[in-house]
Design a protein around this ligand. Structure first.
Ligand code: 13P
Length: 261
Protein backbone atom coordinates (compact mmCIF):
# COMPACT_ATOMS: atom_id res chain seq x y z
CA UNK A 1 0.00 0.00 0.00
CA UNK A 2 1.13 3.55 -0.72
CA UNK A 3 2.61 5.37 2.25
CA UNK A 4 2.29 9.14 2.04
CA UNK A 5 4.47 11.75 3.75
CA UNK A 6 3.21 15.22 4.63
CA UNK A 7 6.24 17.12 5.88
CA UNK A 8 6.19 20.69 7.20
CA UNK A 9 9.29 22.80 6.62
CA UNK A 10 8.75 25.82 8.85
CA UNK A 11 12.04 27.36 7.63
CA UNK A 12 12.99 30.45 9.73
CA UNK A 13 9.39 31.69 9.90
CA UNK A 14 8.47 31.06 13.56
CA UNK A 15 10.03 31.76 16.94
CA UNK A 16 10.07 28.99 19.53
CA UNK A 17 6.79 30.03 21.22
CA UNK A 18 4.95 30.18 17.88
CA UNK A 19 6.47 26.82 16.91
CA UNK A 20 5.23 25.21 20.11
CA UNK A 21 1.75 26.70 19.66
CA UNK A 22 1.51 25.54 16.02
CA UNK A 23 2.70 22.04 16.95
CA UNK A 24 0.06 21.87 19.70
CA UNK A 25 -2.63 22.82 17.24
CA UNK A 26 -1.46 20.31 14.61
CA UNK A 27 -1.35 17.53 17.20
CA UNK A 28 -4.79 18.48 18.53
CA UNK A 29 -6.33 18.36 15.05
CA UNK A 30 -4.45 15.36 13.64
CA UNK A 31 -3.63 13.10 16.59
CA UNK A 32 -6.91 11.17 16.70
CA UNK A 33 -7.12 10.72 12.93
CA UNK A 34 -3.40 10.09 12.65
CA UNK A 35 -3.54 7.28 15.16
CA UNK A 36 -5.76 5.36 12.73
CA UNK A 37 -3.73 6.29 9.62
CA UNK A 38 -0.33 4.66 9.81
CA UNK A 39 -0.14 5.06 6.01
CA UNK A 40 0.20 8.86 6.42
CA UNK A 41 3.42 10.07 8.06
CA UNK A 42 3.16 13.65 9.32
CA UNK A 43 6.46 15.34 10.18
CA UNK A 44 7.09 18.83 11.59
CA UNK A 45 10.49 20.44 10.97
CA UNK A 46 10.92 23.50 13.22
CA UNK A 47 14.10 25.56 13.43
CA UNK A 48 16.86 24.04 15.56
CA UNK A 49 16.19 26.36 18.49
CA UNK A 50 12.53 25.31 18.67
CA UNK A 51 13.16 21.55 18.65
CA UNK A 52 13.39 21.29 22.41
CA UNK A 53 9.98 22.95 22.85
CA UNK A 54 8.24 21.07 20.06
CA UNK A 55 9.49 17.60 20.98
CA UNK A 56 7.38 17.15 24.15
CA UNK A 57 4.31 18.31 22.20
CA UNK A 58 4.63 15.62 19.50
CA UNK A 59 6.19 12.84 21.57
CA UNK A 60 3.96 9.76 21.66
CA UNK A 61 1.51 11.22 19.11
CA UNK A 62 0.96 10.49 15.41
CA UNK A 63 3.19 13.47 14.53
CA UNK A 64 6.96 13.09 14.08
CA UNK A 65 9.78 15.57 14.64
CA UNK A 66 12.36 16.57 12.04
CA UNK A 67 15.16 19.12 11.72
CA UNK A 68 15.90 21.39 8.77
CA UNK A 69 19.63 20.67 8.49
CA UNK A 70 22.57 19.10 10.30
CA UNK A 71 26.36 19.01 10.18
CA UNK A 72 28.27 16.02 8.76
CA UNK A 73 30.42 15.30 11.82
CA UNK A 74 29.15 14.03 15.16
CA UNK A 75 31.35 16.26 17.36
CA UNK A 76 34.25 18.67 17.17
CA UNK A 77 35.44 22.22 16.55
CA UNK A 78 32.71 23.26 14.09
CA UNK A 79 31.48 26.64 15.30
CA UNK A 80 27.77 27.20 14.85
CA UNK A 81 27.01 23.74 13.49
CA UNK A 82 24.58 21.19 14.94
CA UNK A 83 25.45 17.52 15.32
CA UNK A 84 23.07 14.80 14.16
CA UNK A 85 23.75 13.09 17.48
CA UNK A 86 22.28 16.13 19.26
CA UNK A 87 19.32 16.17 16.89
CA UNK A 88 18.62 12.54 17.74
CA UNK A 89 18.80 13.38 21.46
CA UNK A 90 16.30 16.18 20.86
CA UNK A 91 13.85 13.66 19.41
CA UNK A 92 14.39 14.05 15.66
CA UNK A 93 13.52 11.01 13.57
CA UNK A 94 13.85 12.96 10.30
CA UNK A 95 16.10 15.69 8.92
CA UNK A 96 15.97 17.76 5.73
CA UNK A 97 19.29 18.11 3.88
CA UNK A 98 20.25 19.90 0.68
CA UNK A 99 17.30 22.28 0.68
CA UNK A 100 17.59 24.64 -2.28
CA UNK A 101 17.70 27.65 0.06
CA UNK A 102 20.85 26.19 1.60
CA UNK A 103 22.29 25.24 -1.80
CA UNK A 104 21.50 28.77 -3.04
CA UNK A 105 22.23 31.06 -0.08
CA UNK A 106 24.96 29.03 1.63
CA UNK A 107 26.65 27.34 -1.32
CA UNK A 108 25.89 23.88 -0.01
CA UNK A 109 27.36 21.38 -2.48
CA UNK A 110 26.37 17.85 -3.49
CA UNK A 111 29.40 16.56 -1.60
CA UNK A 112 28.27 18.29 1.61
CA UNK A 113 24.78 16.88 1.16
CA UNK A 114 26.23 13.39 0.74
CA UNK A 115 28.29 13.72 3.94
CA UNK A 116 25.21 14.92 5.81
CA UNK A 117 23.15 11.96 4.57
CA UNK A 118 25.88 9.60 5.79
CA UNK A 119 26.02 11.34 9.19
CA UNK A 120 22.27 11.13 9.61
CA UNK A 121 22.22 7.42 8.79
CA UNK A 122 24.96 6.87 11.41
CA UNK A 123 22.79 8.60 14.00
CA UNK A 124 19.61 6.72 13.14
CA UNK A 125 17.86 9.74 11.62
CA UNK A 126 16.03 9.36 8.31
CA UNK A 127 17.19 11.91 5.71
CA UNK A 128 14.84 13.97 3.56
CA UNK A 129 17.09 14.85 0.62
CA UNK A 130 16.02 17.84 -1.47
CA UNK A 131 16.85 17.96 -5.17
CA UNK A 132 15.62 20.22 -7.94
CA UNK A 133 16.65 22.42 -10.82
CA UNK A 134 16.75 26.22 -11.14
CA UNK A 135 14.71 28.00 -13.77
CA UNK A 136 17.87 28.62 -15.81
CA UNK A 137 18.81 24.93 -15.72
CA UNK A 138 15.31 23.97 -16.86
CA UNK A 139 15.28 26.55 -19.64
CA UNK A 140 18.68 25.31 -20.81
CA UNK A 141 17.30 21.76 -21.10
CA UNK A 142 19.46 20.54 -18.21
CA UNK A 143 16.65 19.70 -15.76
CA UNK A 144 16.95 15.92 -15.92
CA UNK A 145 20.76 15.85 -15.82
CA UNK A 146 20.87 18.22 -12.84
CA UNK A 147 18.33 16.26 -10.80
CA UNK A 148 19.82 12.85 -11.64
CA UNK A 149 23.25 14.22 -10.75
CA UNK A 150 22.01 15.53 -7.39
CA UNK A 151 20.35 12.21 -6.52
CA UNK A 152 23.42 10.16 -7.45
CA UNK A 153 25.78 12.49 -5.59
CA UNK A 154 23.66 12.64 -2.43
CA UNK A 155 23.49 8.84 -2.27
CA UNK A 156 27.12 8.01 -3.10
CA UNK A 157 28.22 5.14 -0.82
CA UNK A 158 24.91 5.24 1.07
CA UNK A 159 23.08 2.01 1.70
CA UNK A 160 19.99 2.05 3.93
CA UNK A 161 19.74 -0.90 6.30
CA UNK A 162 17.15 -2.24 8.72
CA UNK A 163 14.22 0.12 9.06
CA UNK A 164 16.05 3.18 7.74
CA UNK A 165 14.11 5.28 5.25
CA UNK A 166 15.31 7.90 2.80
CA UNK A 167 12.89 10.43 1.34
CA UNK A 168 13.88 12.25 -1.83
CA UNK A 169 12.01 15.55 -2.17
CA UNK A 170 11.80 16.85 -5.72
CA UNK A 171 11.52 20.62 -5.31
CA UNK A 172 11.90 22.62 -8.53
CA UNK A 173 13.69 25.66 -7.13
CA UNK A 174 11.93 28.21 -9.27
CA UNK A 175 8.42 27.46 -7.93
CA UNK A 176 9.23 27.47 -4.20
CA UNK A 177 7.26 30.15 -2.39
CA UNK A 178 5.65 31.47 -5.59
CA UNK A 179 2.15 30.03 -5.13
CA UNK A 180 2.58 28.45 -8.58
CA UNK A 181 3.34 24.74 -8.39
CA UNK A 182 4.45 22.79 -11.46
CA UNK A 183 1.77 20.70 -13.18
CA UNK A 184 1.28 17.32 -11.45
CA UNK A 185 2.17 15.56 -14.76
CA UNK A 186 5.45 17.46 -14.84
CA UNK A 187 6.25 16.47 -11.24
CA UNK A 188 5.24 12.86 -11.92
CA UNK A 189 7.62 12.57 -14.86
CA UNK A 190 10.47 13.83 -12.65
CA UNK A 191 9.46 11.35 -9.95
CA UNK A 192 9.67 8.57 -12.52
CA UNK A 193 13.12 9.73 -13.48
CA UNK A 194 14.26 9.82 -9.84
CA UNK A 195 12.80 6.37 -9.16
CA UNK A 196 14.56 5.04 -12.26
CA UNK A 197 17.80 6.51 -10.94
CA UNK A 198 17.22 4.75 -7.61
CA UNK A 199 16.65 1.44 -9.43
CA UNK A 200 19.98 1.99 -11.19
CA UNK A 201 21.66 2.41 -7.79
CA UNK A 202 19.97 -0.18 -5.56
CA UNK A 203 18.26 -3.57 -5.70
CA UNK A 204 14.51 -3.32 -6.34
CA UNK A 205 13.47 -4.41 -2.85
CA UNK A 206 15.56 -1.68 -1.22
CA UNK A 207 14.07 1.00 -3.46
CA UNK A 208 10.55 -0.23 -2.79
CA UNK A 209 10.96 -0.68 0.97
CA UNK A 210 13.28 2.13 1.96
CA UNK A 211 12.87 5.02 -0.48
CA UNK A 212 10.01 7.43 -1.09
CA UNK A 213 9.91 10.31 -3.54
CA UNK A 214 7.79 13.35 -2.66
CA UNK A 215 7.07 16.72 -4.29
CA UNK A 216 7.65 20.21 -2.86
CA UNK A 217 7.01 23.70 -4.19
CA UNK A 218 3.83 25.73 -3.58
CA UNK A 219 1.79 22.74 -2.38
CA UNK A 220 -1.52 23.62 -0.73
CA UNK A 221 -4.96 22.13 -0.17
CA UNK A 222 -6.11 23.16 -3.65
CA UNK A 223 -3.44 21.22 -5.55
CA UNK A 224 -2.24 18.35 -3.33
CA UNK A 225 -4.83 15.81 -4.51
CA UNK A 226 -3.69 16.35 -8.10
CA UNK A 227 -0.13 15.41 -7.18
CA UNK A 228 -1.14 12.42 -5.06
CA UNK A 229 -3.34 11.05 -7.86
CA UNK A 230 -0.05 9.88 -9.41
CA UNK A 231 1.17 6.60 -7.88
CA UNK A 232 4.80 7.74 -8.06
CA UNK A 233 4.21 10.83 -5.88
CA UNK A 234 4.39 9.74 -2.26
CA UNK A 235 3.70 12.97 -0.45
CA UNK A 236 4.68 16.59 -0.13
CA UNK A 237 7.28 18.82 1.51
CA UNK A 238 5.36 21.96 2.42
CA UNK A 239 6.55 25.48 3.25
CA UNK A 240 4.00 28.30 3.33
CA UNK A 241 0.91 26.10 3.63
CA UNK A 242 2.42 24.39 6.68
CA UNK A 243 2.33 27.58 8.77
CA UNK A 244 -1.40 27.37 9.53
CA UNK A 245 -2.62 24.32 11.47
CA UNK A 246 -5.98 24.01 9.71
CA UNK A 247 -4.44 24.14 6.22
CA UNK A 248 -1.61 21.77 7.12
CA UNK A 249 -3.89 19.20 8.76
CA UNK A 250 -6.18 19.49 5.73
CA UNK A 251 -3.17 18.33 3.67
CA UNK A 252 -2.79 15.27 5.89
CA UNK A 253 -6.52 14.56 5.49
CA UNK A 254 -6.26 14.89 1.69
CA UNK A 255 -3.31 12.48 1.80
CA UNK A 256 -5.37 9.98 3.83
CA UNK A 257 -8.26 10.28 1.34
CA UNK A 258 -5.89 9.75 -1.59
CA UNK A 259 -4.82 6.30 -0.45
CA UNK A 260 -6.98 3.60 -1.86
CA UNK A 261 -7.75 0.95 0.77
P1 13P B 1 6.56 26.46 -0.35
O1 13P B 1 5.56 25.36 -0.05
O2 13P B 1 6.34 27.69 0.46
O3 13P B 1 6.65 26.71 -1.82
O4 13P B 1 8.00 25.91 0.10
C1 13P B 1 8.40 24.66 -0.34
C2 13P B 1 9.64 24.29 0.34
O5 13P B 1 10.68 24.88 0.16
C3 13P B 1 9.57 23.17 1.28
O6 13P B 1 10.84 22.73 1.64
Amino acid sequence: MKNVFIIANWKMQLDDAASEALAQEVVRRWAGQGATRSDVTVVLCPSHVALERVHPVVKGTAVWLGAQDCFWEDKGAYTGEVSPVTLKQLGCEWCIVGHSERRGFLNETDEMVNRKVAALMRSGINPIVCVGETREERTAGRRDAVVIGQVRAALANIRPVGTQRIVIAYEPRWVIGTGQAVAPEDAASMHNLIIQTLFDLYPNDIVERQFSVIYGGSVDSTNLAGFLSFDVIHGALVGGAALKADEFVRLAEIAADSIKP
